[in-house]
Write a protein that binds this ligand. Structure first.
Ligand SMILES: *Cc1c(COP(=O)(O)O)cnc(C)c1O
Length: 234
C-alpha cells in the first residue's frame, strides 16, 4: 500500500519544483542555479527520510535540539543540513557538530562563539550572514542591519575556522518582497567585492519564491508549500 504521506509530499514537491522551473524561465535563469532547501521544522524525522527518498538533498531546521535529533536519526542519509533559526551563542558548540551551513550569523558575539566552536572540532564551518530586511521589526526576527554587514564580513575573515559563503534574508510579511530582495542582492554584490566566493543568496520562502528567483536568489527555504501547514507552535 502506498504511504499516503509520501504521496502528499511527492505531489507538493512536484508543484514546488514546477513553480521554481517556471520562475527560472521567466527570469531567464538555469533552474540548476537554484537550490531547494526543504524546511522540516516541527515535522518528524520520518518526513526527512521520505523527502530524501524523493530526491531532496537539502534540509533546513531552525531549532538546535530538534535539528540535532533529526540529524542523528537521519545519519545514514547523505543530506546537507542548513541551520536557519536564531542562534544563541551557548548553542554554537552543538550546531557546528551537524550543520553544513549556518545561515543566521548576525552579530560579533556569534562570530566569535562559532569560530571557537568550529576550531575546537577542527572544522571549517560554512556560514551566511543574515541581513535584517525589515527595519520595522528591528532585530526581533534576527539579522544584522545592512550597515553592519561589512563589519561582520571582516570579523568572519579573521576566524580561520569560518568560511563566509554569502547572505540570507527574510522579506517583510504583507508587503511586496522585491525591494527587500533587491537590497539583499545589492549587499551581496558589495560582499563579493571583498570575498568573491561568498556567492550564496538565501532568500525566498513558500509565499515569495518567484520574486526571490527574479532577484537572484541561489537558495530557497521552503516549508509549508512542501510539508503542508505546520502544527501550531509548541
Ligand atoms: C520556517 C522558515 C522558512 C519556511 O517558511 P515557509 O513560509 O513555510 O516556506 C524559511 N525561512 C526561515 C528563516 C524560516 O524560519
Amino acid at each position: 500500500m502506498p504511504d499516503p504521506r509520501e504521496t502528499e509530499l511527492a505531489a507538493n514537491l512536484a508543484r514546488t519544483r514546477a513553480r521554481i522551473t517556471g520562475a527560472c524561465e521567466v527570469a531567464g535563469r538555469d533552474p540548476d542555479s537554484v537550490t531547494l532547501i526543504v524546511v522540516t521544522k516541527f515535522f518528524e524525522a520520518e518526513d526527512v527520510r521520505r523527502l530524501a527518498g524523493l530526491g531532496v538533498r537539502d534540509i533546513g531546521e531552525n531549532r538546535d535540539q530538534e535539528a540535532s535529533a533529526k540529524h542523528t536519526e537521519c545519519a545514514d542519509l547523505d543530506l546537507t543540513w542548513h541551520f536557519i533559526g536564531q542562534l544563541q551563542t551557548n548553542k554554537a558548540k552543538s550546531v557546528v557538530r551537524y550543520a553544513d551551513l549556518i545561515q543566521t550569523v548576525d552579530r560579533a558575539s556569534l562570530v566569535s562563539a562559532l569560530g571557537k566552536a568550529a576550531g575546537g572540532i577542527d572544522k571549517c564551518q560554512d556560514v551566511l550572514i543574515q541581513v535584517n530586511l525589515d527595519p520595522a521589526t528591528g532585530s526581533g526576527r534576527g539579522g544584522a542591519a545592512p550597515p553592519e554587514v561589512l563589519g561582520l564580513v571582516d570579523l568572519i575573515g579573521q576566524q580561520p575556522s569560518l568560511n563566509l559563503r554569502g547572505l540570507m534574508g527574510v522579506a517583510p510579511l504583507d508587503a511586496d518582497p522585491r525591494p527587500a530582495f533587491e537590497t539583499l542582492a545589492g549587499i551581496g554584490a558589495d560582499v563579493r567585492q571583498i570575498v568573491p566566493s561568498a556567492d550564496i543568496i538565501s532568500a525566498g520562502m513558500s509565499g515569495d519564491l518567484e520574486a526571490a528567483i527574479e532577484c537572484g536568489a541561489t537558495h530557497l527555504r521552503i516549508g509549508a508549500a512542501v510539508m503542508g501547514s505546520r502544527p501550531t507552535v509548541r
